[in-house]
Design a protein around this ligand. Structure first.
Ligand code: COA
Length: 332
């Protein structure tokens, strides 16, 4: 396989902050209840016409600038989103147009929920590794605030909006930045987190319209499943790669619930400074959470570049995946 280089990672979040205290205006809850169960204190929420494609475009622009890659050099755009403004056209096609790319490169969306970035990286690795494409933009963007039921206090407390973007290319120096990567799914438990597309029935066939939709989540089952599977999954991945846990500098996990992050931290025996968490300020931004945690961590100085990290995601599907990566100087 040809080696892959991570050239840049960037993020974009909406300006509006909604605190736990704000949510008490919607239903019976409290900052204390939400914080102790999830680690979340506030989240960013889009307003007006802003949507996942806009956030993704902003993150993409930043990532391309950071990478020093001109949009016209791209061979492929992959957007990972499960809360897009439109089912089609794809966010990736929209971003292709907004970046002013006139060449007819392929651009498509993938739906792997909160595992979206890792799934996108694995797809990109296949294309770069085989020599089919050399320069790929991966955008991971979600806007779940438009899909949740804001009367459902068990689910709407969790989500925030945001986007991340990563530029990957064939390695310029022969060094592969992906030390190991794996993606998995189990469709038999797909009912745990679900969003059914709203729509209309054909009046000639059935009289009733389909109910308006929102995210359904069985939080307890999701929690139990992830805590059971994820810590061992990452520990086994390290073992199979012949890498000792203490050789890796950071764990940058999907930001779904602080208690889930703690469970993985405990299994790997990592001290707090190795584990990157910003869930307190962004909530669960779904596919965007890993790139936001990474790029924001670099901005704040909690992630030092010239290091290695385990990135991992999990979410609806159920899907999950992890990548052990090199974080080169200058990528954020
Ligand atoms: N404020 C106050 N009370 C709430 C509440 C809220 N926001 N949401 C639920 N409750 C109540 C419930 O009504 C229930 O009350 P009851 O016992 O009187 O019926 C009680 O709190 C416990 O509810 P439950 O749903 O069992 O809570 P929980 O301990 O499982 O915590 C989550 C709920 C969502 C925080 C937790 O299940 C979770 O984080 N799961 C993982 C979800 C996840 O990560 N999803 C994304 C994956 S990508």
């Amino acid at each position: 396989m040809k080696p892959l280089q991570i050239r840049s990672v960037a993020y974009s979040v909406p300006e509006t902050v909604v605190t736990n205290q704000d949510l008490t205006k919607l239903y019976d809850t409290s900052d204390e209840w939400i914080y102790t169960r999830t680690g979340i204190k506030e989240r960013r929420i889009v307003s007006g016409n802003q949507n996942a494609a806009d956030l993704g475009y902003e993150a993409a622009q930043k990532a391309l600038a950071k990478a020093g890659v001109n949009p016209d050099e791209l061979d492929l755009i992959i957007a990972a989103s499960s809360a897009p403004p439109n089912l089609y056209p794809a966010i990736a096609c929209d971003i292709q147009a907004r970046l002013g790319i006139t060449t007819k490169i392929p651009a498509f969306d993938i739906t792997a929920a909160c595992s979206g970035l890792i799934y996108g990286m694995q797809i990109a690795r296949g294309f770069i590794g085989s020599g089919i494409y050399k320069k790929i933009l991966i955008v991971a963007t979600d806007n779940n605030s438009r899909l949740v039921d804001w009367e459902d206090r068990g689910t709407s407390i969790l989500f925030g909006d945001g986007a991340g973007a990563m530029v990957v290319t064939e390695s310029t120096d022969g060094v592969d930045d992906i030390l190991s990567i794996d993606i998995q799914s189990d469709g038999s438990i797909g009912e745990y987190i679900k969003y059914t597309m709203p729509g209309k029935t054909c009046p000639l066939v059935e009289p009733n319209d389909i109910e308006p939709s929102h995210i359904f989540m069985n939080g307890k089952e999701v929690y139990k499943f992830v805590v059971k599977v994820l810590p061992d999954y990452i520990a086994n991945m390290l073992e199979e790669s012949g890498i000792k846990a203490d050789e890796i500098d950071y764990l940058i996990p999907h930001q779904a619930n602080q208690r889930i992050i703690d469970a993985v931290q405990q299994r790997l025996g990592y001290p707090d400074e190795k584990v990157i968490s910003n869930i307190t300020y962004y909530g669960n931004t779904s596919a965007a959470s890993v790139p936001i945690a990474l790029a924001e961590g670099v901005e704040k100085g909690t992630v030092k570049l010239g290091s290695t990290a385990i990135l991992c995601g999990f979410g609806a599907g159920m899907t999950w995946g992890a990548a052990i990566v090199r974080l080169r100087e200058g990528i954020c």
